[in-house]
Ligand binder design. Structure first.
Ligand SMILES: Nc1ncnc2c1ncn2[C@@H]1O[C@H](COP(=O)(O)OP(=O)(O)O)[C@@H](O)[C@H]1O
Ligand SMILES: [Mg+2]
Length: 256
């Protein structure tokens, strides 16, 4: 059984079909790329999968369970977590506090410990979890820096660290490489590989073709909300429809 199955998904906004009759499946343990020109429907798919929007038609199954119609919280609690295209950090909080807040948001509410006044134990658990994540993501030395003082690349890394606080089993990353210089891109690629090695399956929306081709096991290509092609990076690179509709549309991507 695939980890995530999207079946004949359609999402309309008024007269516009952002996603049309789309089917694809993500296997446990893979890094799957989801690419396509601007407006192809990639972010809409993330919004529907994670419960921000309801599908107009179609089914989404996660670990064999139909999840369309569940709330964003119910979906996140099942381990299906996403990051956003734009940065959503608390800029005036420290690096550590950003991850700590993420840990608290997702800690199971322990009524008994609250009543018995053992909340300090819960707090310590959250703190050690936040530290573990910062160490894992190479941010421990920056724990006391304000998020706003981090260079752009590390702000994106912190965004992924906050997502890890939600204990994802399937992590959806929306353009995590945007605005990065080549060194930041290499660093983030290494971190994404480490996240996968931790047991997290990844669905990656990204325009940076070096990152997509270098990281993904398979790539799903969209055009105007429809499935255009699917295959390995080598197959996608050589696919005539992709070259015409997608890679041809942005010269820098065609060259890489
Ligand atoms: N909330 C919304 N209301 C109306 N139209 C939307 C909404 N969200 C997305 N769209 C439209 O759906 C299409 C796909 O957008 P999006 O999913 O953001 O594409 P991508 O992430 O691939 O660039 C675009 O034409 C966009 O304008
Ligand atoms: Mg988008």
């Amino acid at each position: 059984m695939p980890l995530l199955e999207v079946d004949n998904l359609t999402r309309r906004f008024g007269g516009l079909s952002a996603v049309s009759d789309l089917s694809f499946a993500v296997e446990e343990g893979e890094i799957r790329g989801l690419i396509g020109p601007n407006g192809a429907g990639k972010t809409t798919i993330f919004n529907v999968i994670t419960g921000y929007y309801r599908p107009t038609a179609g089914r989404i199954s996660y670990r064999g369970e139909a999840i369309a119609g569940l709330s964003t919280n119910q979906i996140a609690r099942r381990g299906l977590v996403r990051t956003f295209q734009s940065t959503t950090l608390f800029q005036e909080f420290s690096v550590f506090k950003n991850v700590l807040v993420g840990c608290h948001l997702h800690a199971p509410v322990n009524f008994v410990s609250a009543i018995l006044g053992t909340g300090r134990g819960v707090e310590r658990q959250a703190e050690s979890k936040a530290l573990e994540i910062l160490e894992f993501m190479g941010l421990a030395a920056r724990r006391d820096a304000l998020a706003s003082d981090l260079p752009h690349g590390l702000q994106r890394v912190l965004g992924v660290a906050v997502a890890l606080a939600a204990d994802p089993h399937l992590l959806l990353l929306d353009e995590p490489f945007t605005g990065m210089n080549p060194e930041e891109t290499r660093h983030m690629m290494e971190l994404v590989r480490r996240v996968r090695a931790r047991g997290v399956t990844l669905l990656l929306v990204e325009h940076d073709m070096q990152a997509v081709m270098g990281l993904c096991d398979r790539i799903t290509v969209l055009n105007f909300g429809r499935l255009l092609a699917e295959g390995s990076p080598a197959e996608i690179r050589a696919h005539p429809d992709v070259i015409e509709a997608y890679l041809g549309a942005s010269g820098d991507a065609a060259a890489s």
